[in-house]
Write a protein that binds this ligand. Structure first.
Ligand SMILES: Nc1nc2c(ncn2[C@@H]2O[C@H](COP(=O)(O)OP(=O)(O)OP(=O)(O)O)[C@@H](O)[C@H]2O)c(=O)[nH]1
Ligand SMILES: [Mg+2]
Length: 294
């Protein structure tokens, strides 16, 4: 019969729970999540295989006012998604609907003609009463095809969202084979897990000054062991000092926590060799950015 498919972008300001929703929908951890804004830097694809349909979700970096070349590249990749997908999930969070960044994000809805669903996330943090004024306000910005309140964290409302999306899919090909849940390479996943631990374990500007690349990654024959050599790039010598920590304590903590996360994802023991390298002001240097994957 008619197979249905479509590309669906999850777009919105930083920290509203876009990556959490992607992971929730796919039931596996594809995108890293942290309580800090601007965690996601690249677009992340996740593929949901249903009975006679396929949804390809694209998690995007949070849209915000840009400062460095890194931020520009992040926002550019998020904005491009507006024009490259079939359906847009425009996500905000219940708690801060008046976020000053919202106007930046909303401005990009102008002229969008494809189906657009407003998703109000984090309803576990407040009461239903708070929703009405938010809905009224956002209706003035755009004529949304549907408005759905969810909690990506608890899963509340997510089935309803999937049903709504399914009703908006159009006949199309099965873009990806059934066993495939993401297009991301294993080395990208590995570098993101390490970056996530840096986001969780360090403060101030440190998470924003780090990029992670994988030098080598491979299974050790006959040992059920994955060996990974990775490099954390920072912008200054003092950041390098902080990341390594007194007697190497910080880098050891990051390394241990990353190793456990990697073992969970890859289902085997992991040996992780982590180095720190200074790449002066890489977030402002477009050539360094592309070297580091942005
Ligand atoms: N209480 C609650 N917290 C949530 C929910 N969804 C996400 N969070 C939390 O919100 C924070 C940000 O989540 P992310 O998924 O990283 O948000 P994001 O929109 O991808 O953020 P960026 O990648 O920085 O743009 C994390 O601490 C999540 O655990 C939710 O439904 N309820
Ligand atoms: Mg994210």
């Amino acid at each position: 019969m008619n197979f249905l498919s479509g590309f669906i972008a999850i777009i919105g300001p930083p920290n509203v729970g876009k990556s959490t929703l992607l992971n929730r929908i796919l039931g596996s951890k594809l995108a890293i999540v942290s309580p800090k804004p601007q965690t996601t830097r690249n677009r992340i694809h996740g593929i949901l295989h249903g009975e006679s349909y396929q949804m390809v979700f694209i998690d995007t970096p949070g849209i915000h006012k840009t400062r460095t070349a890194l931020h520009k590249s992040m926002v550019k990749s998020a904005l491009a998604a507006f024009h490259e997908v079939d359906i847009i999930l425009f996500m905000i969070e219940m708690g801060s609907p008046d976020d000053p960044e919202i106007s930046t994000v909303v401005a990009n809805l102008k002229g969008v003609t494809r189906p657009c669903i407003l998703v109000i996330n984090k309803i576990d943090t407040g009461s239903k009463k708070q929703l009405l004024p938010i809905i009224d306000k956002y209706r003035q910005f755009h004529s949304f095809d549907a408005i759905i309140a969810i909690s990506a964290l608890t899963g509340d409302g997510v089935d309803r969202l999937i049903d709504e999306l399914r009703s908006k899919l159009t006949p199309g090909p099965q873009f990806f084979p059934e066993h495939m849940s993401t297009e991301q390479s294993e080395s990208f996943l590995a570098s993101e897990v390490i970056r996530e631990k840096i986001f969780h374990l360090t403060r101030n500007e440190i998470p924003y000054s780090c990029a992670v690349t994988i030098d080598e990654m491979g299974e050790v024959a006959g040992k059920n062991l994955l060996s990974i050599t990775a490099r954390i790039h920072v912008e200054t010598d003092s950041q390098k000092g902080i990341l390594i920590g007194q007697q190497g304590r910080m880098i050891k903590t990051i390394s241990r926590s990353a190793r456990l996360g990697l073992e969970k994802i890859f289902g085997m023991q992991v040996y992780l060799d982590l180095m720190v390298r200074v790449e002066k002001n890489w977030t402002r240097d477009t050539r360094a950015l592309s070297r580091l994957g942005y």
